[in-house]
Design a protein around this ligand. Structure first.
Ligand code: NAD
Length: 312
């Protein structure tokens, strides 16, 4: 059904996402991709020759594709990829363009709204949606991520968005309107980041009091403290054998990304007037762990190590 799709930003998340997208396109259809890292473009073109076509710029992707997805690191990258007058998506648009553009990056809501407004000035028919994801690299590989979409369930394009995003994820949740997918994602990551710190502290205190780590995790799972971080991504090495903490904190969700997301969430809380007592502490912990030589570039659950958690 999708004959001209584009995907820009082929990093830890984008590469597996576009790989799943390719499985959903009809034979003969093409997916136009771009990344400033040319080697990843070459890899994908080599692995899916005939279906994936490399492009030299975001502009070229938007010239060739009617539906374009982006998966970029931060707001500045998203602004540049969409709005750069020479090489950006905007450079491929004219007043009569009618494309569907979907940004799945986790960025600040203001940048997303800015991009939407600027695109609207150039091409009023162009539709731009925020649709950030949750579920990590493993979820992107398995096609089980959840998308939080910045539109209402009655948006006329929601059925198409849902069908398209279901090629890469298992849940697609409409969050109400423009930038609210991002507001949902930042609220989610704020909660998950803070729970990780609380789980680290609670595990450490129980273990130092003499309780076995796995017994303690099973207590939390049976009690009122039950949560996914403790059950599936327990920050204590060895408790969840397949999770990053049991693999030297390799893989997973980098501590720097959690620092970015908690920072964005704290800014959003301030902007909307929400009282936020744990944010400053959380941000401080993730910022310091992002710089610590034994934690940086590792999975965000490495805050357990940063906080001096007991490791055997
Ligand atoms: P990443 O750094 O691995 O990938 C980003 C890609 O964008 C890179 O390949 C980079 O070369 C490319 N890029 C940067 N600037 C570009 C430009 N101007 N033009 C074209 N390509 C450009 O990041 P990631 O882990 O894939 O994360 C992407 C987004 O998804 C971030 O906002 C992140 O917060 C969010 N996210 C990440 C995870 C995760 O577990 N990694 C989970 C959920 C959401």
């Amino acid at each position: 059904q999708y004959f001209s799709l584009g995907f820009i930003g082929l990093g830890a998340m984008g590469k597996p996402m576009v790989t799943n997208l390719v499985l959903a396109v009809e034979p003969g259809a093409q997916v136009y991709v771009h990344d400033i890292a040319t080697s990843v473009v070459e890899d994908l073109v080599g692995a899916h020759s005939g279906t994936i076509v490399g492009c030299a710029s975001a502009k070229e992707v938007a010239e060739k594709a009617d539906i374009v997805l982006t998966m970029l690191p931060e707001g500045a990258h998203v602004k540049s990829v969409y709005l750069d007058p020479q090489s950006g998506i905007a450079a491929a648009l004219s007043g009569s363009s009618s494309k569907l553009l979907i940004d799945s990056s986790t960025i600040d809501t203001a940048s997303s709204l800015h991009v939407k407004a600027e695109l609207g000035k150039i091409a009023p028919e162009v539709l731009f949606y925020d649709a950030p994801v949750s579920g990590g690299v493993l979820g992107a590989e398995k096609g089980t991520v959840a998308f939080f979409v910045g539109c209402s369930s009655s948006d006329p394009k929601f059925p198409l968005l849902k069908e398209l995003l279901r090629a890469m994820g298992s849940k697609v949740i409409p969050c109400g309107g423009p930038s609210l997918g991002l507001a949902a994602k930042l609220s989610n990551n704020y909660l998950s980041g803070i729970i990780t710190i609380a789980c680290s502290e609670a595990m450490d205190m129980g273990m130092r009091a003499g309780i076995d780590a796995e017994v303690l995790a099973s207590v939390f799972a049976a009690g009122t403290a039950q949560n996914t971080i403790c059950d599936v991504f327990n920050p204590v090495p060895g408790v969840c054998p397949n999770a990053p903490p049991s693999k030297g904190y390799q893989g997973g969700f980098r501590v720097q990304l959690m620092r970015k997301d908690i920072g964005l969430a704290v800014d959003m809380a301030r902007r909307v007037g929400s009282r936020n007592v744990l944010g400053a502490t959380g941000l401080g912990v993730y910022a310091a762990a992002s710089e610590a030589s034994d934690c940086k570039n590792l999975d965000s659950r490495v805050v357990y190590r940063y906080l001096g958690g007991k490791e055997d």
